[in-house]
Unconditional design. Structure first.
Length: 259
């Protein structure tokens, strides 16, 4: 099937896109909902930090990017989304995918949901209205093994936001998921956090994956404290990229030498 990948900049949507393509489906476009301003914006549906890198996704994969600014708010917070609500942020997703259909033919949409029924049922609602299939290859997976699988598949993603007990902005922001894997497992056992961060414990920015022909580089960044005070036990902060670029990927030949 020809599919559109919902991308947020994070590891889950990127890995879902990778698995969907690996299964023989054809990636024909990227769909992204962005906040009106750079930085962190409250949303129940969409990751809003790291949005400045999305344009580079399109260039890195040589795939068209379709974006829409988030206008709505999470008005309908029920677990089911049976009645469409004007002004709800879910309708931004519907309008984006409906607009894409006017110029690109596709039969499916990939989504990076793992255990969030809230997100999945809303994505399913939108896809049903558009007559396309929702593909959620990560759905229901055990998070520890899933994160290890992402790392082994060469997904390079860094922690771009932290918001959980045991995660320290000064120590953990900017570290890769490979560097953080053991520590995240420890925090899971100690505090019960979601290893993949689906509970909002942390968010990521994907810098490289098998579908990228070029690698994203953060050339300049700043650390932003979220809110007016730092929580003593679970401080919230994120990386705001200021300047980014793309670098050619180093490919090793059969002898292990770069070429």
């Amino acid at each position: 099937m020809r599919f559109i990948a919902l991308v947020s900049g994070g590891k889950d949507s990127c890995y879902a896109m990778h698995l969907t393509a690996l299964d023989g489906n054809e990636l024909v476009g990227l769909a992204n909902l962005k906040p009106e301003q750079s930085g962190e914006t409250d949303s129940y549906m969409y990751q809003t930090v790291g949005q400045d890198a999305i344009d580079l996704y399109s260039e890195a994969m040589e795939v068209p990017l379709f974006q829409r600014t988030i206008k709505g708010r999470p008005l309908n917070q029920e677990m089911e989304y049976e009645n469409c609500v004007d002004g709800d942020e879910v309708e931004d997703l519907y309008e984006l995918l409906a607009d894409i259909k006017k110029s690109v033919s596709y039969e499916a949409v990939s989504c990076g949901a793992i255990h969030s029924n809230y997100q999945r049922v809303r994505a399913e609602n939108v896809c049903e209205r558009l007559g396309v299939k929702l593909l959620s290859p990560l759905w229901g997976r055990e998070q520890g093994s899933l994160l290890k699988e992402m790392i082994d598949s060469k997904i390079e993603a860094i922690l771009i936001k932290v918001a959980a007990m045991g995660l320290d902005p000064s120590k953990h922001l900017g570290k890769t998921i490979a560097q953080m894997y053991d520590e995240l497992c420890v925090l899971r056992d100690k505090f019960g956090i979601n290893v993949c961060g689906e509970g909002g414990e942390y968010e990521t920015l994907t810098l490289d994956c098998p579908l990228f022909k070029k690698r994203i580089i953060i050339d300049q960044q700043e650390i932003v404290q979220h809110g007016h005070t730092m929580d003593e036990f679970a401080p919230v902060a994120y990386i705001q990229p200021i300047k980014m670029s793309l670098n050619e990927k180093i490919i090793k030949n059969g002898n292990g030498k770069a070429s």
